[in-house]
Design a protein around this ligand. Structure first.
Ligand code: HEM
Ligand SMILES: Cc1nc2ccc(F)cn2c1N
Length: 290
């Protein structure tokens, strides 16, 4: 059965906006991380990785139980590099001990996306920390060396459509790959900390060459020094995916709208929020300055 979300006693929008603001202010303070990319992209990746373990067949994994806090999940080789995001969030968890880990990990991704000028992401609290025994086994996160049919099958486990898959992968406009984390090397040039539809524009406009990188892994490189994973490039090789790449390259608003919906579905997969009321939409720091 789905996990039942539980309201944190008496916490309301204002309380969660305080957590949002603490994360957002820390993002601004610690802007030098990873060559001045900052922690934003890393936090977004953490929010996806804690949700991407979900398996709709037995409703195991997913963001509900906050099991990333346990060694088995944090040490998954696929999570290499996310220690930075987890370390970034430790003081936030101490300052707001009432928030569950699942809510914190997902709220941090929402905060990072909005502070990087992405779309407003409606977010619902109510995830409840699970026991260590409920930690999903390693190996549930995707393999970057694969093709379009692999990507379609992989996301089929969550019940995502072709359109939702393409929209979600648009988050690869953010940050970069790091050889020591994943065996892929990203260029400094294209690493950004602003959420746009550039991933789709570059996929279609750059001249991509498949090359072996220093770790012996094949990746697509462009003359401008951009890179794409084989699973990224699969989106223009596969006709059904390509249609949505072209749509989002032309229409950033459509991308923002579809990304928002798919990202909420990713973060809430497997959770029954019942009648806990509607989602919160947080103000960005800039919107509160005035
Ligand atoms: C086929 C599915 C996917 C694959 C194979 C994949 C693979 C990867 C790899 C290999 C990296 C580089 C990690 C490193 O070396 O530090 C990466 C980074 C990243 N991924 Fe994905 N990813 C996928 C889907 C997603 C999704 C669905 C999201 C979010 C909605 C996402 C967000 C990110 C972000 C923001 C980064 C940059 C992290 C940083 O700069 O520290 N990815 N991904
Ligand atoms: C700019 C950029 N950011 C990413 C993140 C992950 C990935 F696989 C590729 N990326 C590219 N090209």
């Amino acid at each position: 059965a789905l996990h039942l979300a539980k309201a944190q006693d008496g916490k309301s929008l204002e309380d969660f906006q305080k957590v949002y603001n603490a994360i957002a202010e820390k993002l601004r303070d610690e802007d030098e991380f990873d060559g001045y990319i900052g922690y934003g992209p890393n936090l977004v990746r953490l929010s996806w990785h804690v949700s991407g373990t979900f398996d709709k067949n037995d409703n195991s994994g997913g963001s509900f139980g906050g099991t990333y806090r346990f060694k088995k999940e944090a040490d998954d080789p696929a999570n290499k590099g996310l220690q930075n995001a987890a370390h970034f969030l430790e003081p936030i968890a101490k300052k707001f001990p009432w928030i569950s880990h699942g809510d914190l990990y997902t709220l941090a991704g929402v905060t990072a996306l909005q502070e990087m000028q992405g779309p407003k992401i409606p977010w619902r609290p109510g995830r409840v920390d699970a026991d260590e025994k409920d930690t999903p086994e390693n190996g549930r996160l995707p393999d970057a060396s694969q093709d379009g049919s692999y990507v379609r099958h992989y996301f089929g486990r969550f019940g995502f459509t072709d359109q939702e898959i393409v929209a979600l992968l648009g988050a690869h406009c953010l940050g970069k790959t790091h050889l020591e984390n994943s065996g892929y090397e990203g260029p400094w040039g294209a690493a950004t900390n602003t959420f746009t539809n550039e991933f789709f524009v570059n996929l279609l406009n750059e001249n991509w060459k498949l090359e072996k990188n220093e770790a012996g892994n094949k990746q697509y490189n462009s003359e401008k020094g951009y890179m794409m994973l084989p699973t990224d490039y699969a989106l223009v090789q596969d006709g059904k995916f390509r249609k949505y790449v072209e749509k989002y390259a032309k229409d950033q608003d459509a991308f923002f709208e579809d990304f928002k919906s798919a990202y909420v579905k990713l973060l809430e997969n497997g959770i029954d929020f019942g009648k806990l009321g509607k989602a919160y939409v947080f103000k960005t720091l800039d919107e509160q300055d005035s």
